[in-house]
Design a protein around this ligand. Structure first.
Ligand SMILES: C[S@@+](CC[C@H](N)C(=O)[O-])C[C@H]1O[C@@H](n2cnc3c(N)ncnc32)[C@H](O)[C@@H]1O
Ligand SMILES: [Zn+2]
Ligand SMILES: [Zn+2]
Length: 323
């Protein structure tokens, strides 16, 4: 349902939540440099992440206005997470002696690689925590304006479909809107990748993305290759190849949440042609694809044996790259 909504509203970039969660590339890049930087009046208050919060502050001090900058309205990420943790402790969702680190995994959105801890504007942080009830999640969303979504999930468990023998595993959206954006810096410019963070795996935005660097290197051996991004996820690698020198990319993933997300990311990256999208098990591709491709990308989850994928992709690709 989310994706149908996004697809029909992609032109005016409206999200399912009716807020401006989805911005085009130009809008994103215009604001990203200042998004997380403090102004001169911002508070320097931080917390020790591994020390019990209540040893550092009286919890009742942590309110919506606590250490909020009167000029730019932002708060340091530690202050935001301390506020979240206070609500979790009050609702007995976590032990009283918990530290910020134990509260939740924070993911900024839009995400770029930062050199300093971020000062957060409104609705710019998605948090993932293993145990939380609905009431607490809603309180966090209502009382902590920086929070964009609260997601319940175990970050050690693979999100989506691990392989063709495994059932889909999604996290649970508890409050807010789970759409996040990772902005990948590449030698062909910035590539924003949107995804529903309760459905697709976490990928950190890094300035040196080894996967992109590996592909960039391979592409130098070809003039205009035809490529299969056979386990495409939200589409990052194939989109990069199209921004580089690929003449065509066939995007494929066994998870329809991935292929729907890829479709959205192609639009956001202003790519309108030279691609095809399939939602199949990679092992079935040789029976379904009748053209020959130059390169096939295999980017499986860690720990998955990729030999069978390589053997099958070799039937339709001259070169197979394990990413
Ligand atoms: C590590 S992720 C891919 C990441 C992606 N390349 C990126 O850059 O974000 C692995 C992907 O493989 C997909 N997958 C798992 N088993 C598959 C199969 N048998 N056939 C096709 N896709 C599969 C998963 O749905 C998942 O999206
Ligand atoms: Zn939204
Ligand atoms: Zn400020």
């Amino acid at each position: 349902m989310l994706y149908n909504y996004l697809k029909t509203n992609i032109k005016n970039m409206k999200c399912q939540c009716d807020e401006n969660c989805i911005e085009n590339l130009d809008e994103l890049l215009k604001t990203i440099d200042e998004k997380y930087t403090p102004c001169k009046e911002c508070s320097k208050k931080t917390f020790k992440k591994a020390m019990p919060l209540r040893k550092q502050i009286k919890l009742e001090k942590l309110t919506t206005q606590y250490e909020r900058c009167p000029t730019c309205n932002k708060r340091h990420i530690d202050v935001v997470m301390a506020h979240v943790l206070k609500i979790m402790i009050e609702n007995e969702q976590i032990i009283k002696t918990a530290s910020i680190r134990k509260a939740a995994m924070p993911l900024i959105t839009p995400a770029i690689e930062l050199t300093q801890p971020p000062y957060l504007p409104e609705r710019s942080l998605v948090i993932i925590t293993p145990q939380i009830d609905l009431k607490t999640s809603q309180q966090i969303y209502e009382q902590v304006p920086e929070i964009k979504a609260v997601i319940k999930g175990d970050i050690n468990q693979t999100l989506g479909i691990k392989d063709e023998n495994t059932q889909k595993h999604n996290y649970q959206l508890m409050s807010g809107c789970p759409i996040r954006c990772d902005i990948q810096k590449t030698d062909k410019g910035y590539i924003p990748i949107y995804k529903d963070q309760s459905k697709l795996h976490i990928e950190y935005a890094k300035s040196n993305n080894e996967k992109i660097e590996q592909i960039s290197q391979i592409l130098t051996n070809y003039e205009n290759p035809k490529i299969i991004d056979a386990m495409c996820g939200p589409g990052t690698l194939g989109i990069y190849a199209l921004k580089n020198n690929a003449q065509k990319v066939l995007f494929n993933d066994i998870n329809s949440d991935s292929t729907n997300t890829t479709q959205i990311n192609l639009k956001i990256n202003n790519i309108t042609d030279n691609y095809e999208i399939m939602n199949e098990n990679i092992l079935d591709l040789p029976n379904l694809v009748d053209e020959k491709y130059d390169i096939g990308f295999i980017d499986a989850f860690p720990g998955i044996d990729v030999d069978k994928y390589v053997n099958c992709l070799k039937k339709i690709c001259n070169e197979v790259i394990i990413i």
